[in-house]
Design a protein around this ligand. Sequence first.
Ligand SMILES: Nc1ncnc2c1ncn2[C@@H]1O[C@H](COP(=O)(O)OP(=O)(O)O)[C@@H](O)[C@H]1O
Ligand SMILES: [Mg+2]
Length: 399
Amino acid sequence: MYVSDLALNDFRSYEELVLALDPGVSTFVGRNGQGKTNLVEAVGYLSTFSSHRVAADTALVRQGASAAVVRVKVQRDGRSSLVELEIVAGKANRARLNRAPVTRTRDVLGVLRSVLFAPEDLELVRGDPGARRKFLDDLMVMRSPRLGGVRQEYEKVLRQRGALLKSAGAVRRRGGQPDLSTLDVWDGHLAAAGAEIVAARTQVVRELRPYVAEAYEQVSDGAGGARTSYRSSLDLAEGEPAPSATEDADVTETRELALLDVPVLRERMVAAMSELRPKEVDRGVSLVGPHRDDLVLSLGSLPARGFASHGESWSFALALRLGSYQMLRAEGGPDGDGGEPVLILDDVFAELDARRRERLAGMVGDAEQVLITAAVPQDVPPALLGTRFTVDSGRVERA
Ligand SMILES: Nc1ncnc2c1ncn2[C@@H]1O[C@H](COP(=O)(O)OP(=O)(O)O)[C@@H](O)[C@H]1O
Ligand SMILES: [Mg+2]
């Protein structure tokens, strides 16, 4: 698929922008702060409803405006779809598909699929688990938009359960006897949504694994050994040892297979929560569930986090994104009938050495659509420049 038209109103620095795009490679060149990332961020946002730069949507709405609108026309197998999303600061988004309002905004998820690689992705390797969970969730939702609703539900229940645990803890510290009967209901809700998320993420990890390993080998010049596996807080709560970088592949296999069965997971979560309840009341937090899980990355027999060099960390981050791209490309859309994702490379060539640049260029040159941003055009291998646009104070022009 490719984006043939992009229109923005009050999105980030853009008051109004209308832009026609071609399939193949487009490169947006301009000095820093001119609006290059804002442009591709809008495209990325439409496919995941989340930004790669900020957690809250407020920053996406132009300062002084009350709502942003992103419109994208997507071409896929000779058919075009128009997706429109209104982002209202602090409120739920509103969406339209082919000019008709949709009842649930997530109904437009999956129409435009994209994979975005940006300097922020170094966090995937070096940062806290939250970035890796978001990475898995974005993929999970793109493949199965319904899970976007499940994730929202999970977050809501988690907040409510957390508030309940905190107030119960406060009562207990005052020497009282908290009423914990309502907590059982919340345990059930949390386990129901949580089990679906854990199973879906684990499935993503399992399918993604070979693609990431292969992409790592390609970007790092045959230095293999990039491994990924899912670590669940449920296993840890049940006393299983944490998966290590040296874990045998068949141990990983057994562990992950057990994380795919939703009804069983649900029961295990409920059991773990009742086991952990005194501790949870004490600390005022939910100790088991997908919000405590992680994607474990290792290189050879060492964990990537804390051990990988700067270059290796970049290669791993790149491999996670390119692997995602290849996986989505191979499997087709949510309905399984094709739909190669749009690949977005935001300001990454400046960060890569000449060899990695060339390798990246070689790997993505045949993609249906690639959107590249760069401050310095010389950083982008000439073979990959494609259609050039200049971005200057929010004005985007075909060069
Ligand atoms: N919500 C917003 N309202 C107005 N301006 C914004 C908003 N968010 C970001 N900007 C502006 O956008 C500019 C950054 O654009 P960006 O696309 O990140 O630049 P670059 O070309 O370096 O990628 C900054 O000048 C910033 O002040
Ligand atoms: Mg930028």
